[in-house]
Ligand binder design. Structure first.
Ligand code: GTA
Length: 320
């Protein structure tokens, strides 16, 4: 039972995470409901199993993507859930019965992510579409991928805001300010930080000239080692989770072309942790140590969605 491994230093108890001030949600504030006038245009995707829905619509004439996601039930909320809820019987048969439990509102929250104004690329990104595996040689990267990402990639303004402390400064878990090997470690916005079972943090390099795995050479090994080592130490200290419980990796292709590393809990099936997209940082370091140009020269494989502009470029070049 992985809930037990979190019993520790007062910050993490029975899988529940408390903030420094002893309250959960310490940094949250009640905001004006920006979604009150939201008009749904279409459902981009949904999953009954994952209990989430990705919606495209308008907020005051601006395109927006809203992601709604039911959050895990925490062990520490059970007593209140049982005592403070209303229970409505659905059916009873012999020893079997099912109910609709209506929980107090604070135990029945929906994690909500808003992208507004959303670009067409955001709308496509969240739409469920068939994918195709692409084979990218060194030449393909230079002739097809690089020119495409130079023109077409998502803005990394949110990344610069984090590095410059203009946004999410209070969420930073650890920072090494060194301009060459330093980074900022903070919760990924997919993680609600309520339980370590689905722990997800990202480490963002201070270096701004590394777009992705393809730009890494052995010169960057000290940066990668620093992120790997200090990131693990910070997570052990804050969440009491040892390195042996972490999956630490880079995406290729990433969505955002500024070097960042994903730290997720082993056993949590994070989106994008499959072998076709995730490259373990430990492997990346070793590959660069044995061949300084490894990621410049290797053929790399990755999935692209049917409506991805980069896929069309590979098709036009006769590479698919
Ligand atoms: N702290 O502002 C941010 C922020 N943004 C804009 C992105 N991230 C942020 N973190 C903070 N603040 O893990 C995070 C992303 C991601 C990482 C970038 O930065 O959550 P990447 O460049 O490799 O991009 O990593 P990636 O993995 O494609 O992006 P993302 O968004 O994780 O998308 C992968 C798939 O995950 C999506 O196609 C979708 O199916 C799923 N997904 C995305 N967002 C959610 C969500 N909120 N809830 C559930 N599923 C989601």
């Amino acid at each position: 039972n992985n809930k037990k491994e979190t019993a520790v230093d007062g910050k993490v108890k029975r899988g529940k995470i408390d903030n420094e001030n002893g309250r959960e949600d310490g940094n949250e504030s009640v905001q004006e409901n920006v979604l009150s006038g939201f008009k749904t245009s279409s459902v981009l995707s949904d999953s009954a199993r994952e209990k989430n829905i990705f919606i495209y619509g308008k907020v005051a004439d601006q395109d927006a993507v809203v992601i709604l996601e039911k959050t895990p039930i925490r062990e520490d909320s059970l007593a209140e859930l049982f005592s403070g809820s209303t229970l409505k019987l659905e059916m009873k048969n012999d020893i079997y019965s099912t109910y609709r439990l209506q929980a107090p509102p604070h135990l029945n929250e929906i994690k909500t992510t808003v992208v507004c104004p959303a670009t067409e690329k955001h709308i496509k990104k969240y739409q469920r579409k068939e994918s195709f595996l692409v084979e990218e040689t060194e030449e393909d990267y230079k002739n097809i991928t690089l020119p495409y990402i130079q023109k077409q990639s998502f803005s990394v303004q949110w990344v610069y805001n984090i590095l410059e402390k203009k946004a999410e400064a209070e969420r930073i878990v650890y920072e090494d300010p060194d301009p060459d090997i330093g980074f900022v470690l903070l919760p990924d916005f997919k993680w609600d930080q309520k339980q370590v079972d689905d722990l997800y943090l990202i480490a963002i390099a201070h270096q701004r000239d590394i777009k992705s795995l393809r730009d890494l050479t052995s010169e960057r090994v000290p940066l990668l080692q620093n992120i790997f080592q200090k990131g693990k130490e910070a997570i052990l200290q804050r969440y009491n989770l040892p390195g042996s419980k972490l999956r630490v990796y880079l995406h290729y292709q990433p969505s955002y072309y500024h070097l960042h590393v994903h730290f997720t809990k082993l056993g949590y099936d994070a989106p994008g942790c499959g072998v076709e997209r995730a490259h373990l940082i430990a492997d990346v370091i070793q590959n660069l140590q044995s061949d300084p140009q490894y990621y410049k020269t290797r053929t790399l494989y990755f999935p692209l969605r049917a409506d991805d502009g980069l896929l069309s470029k590979f098709k036009e070049a006769g590479r698919l």
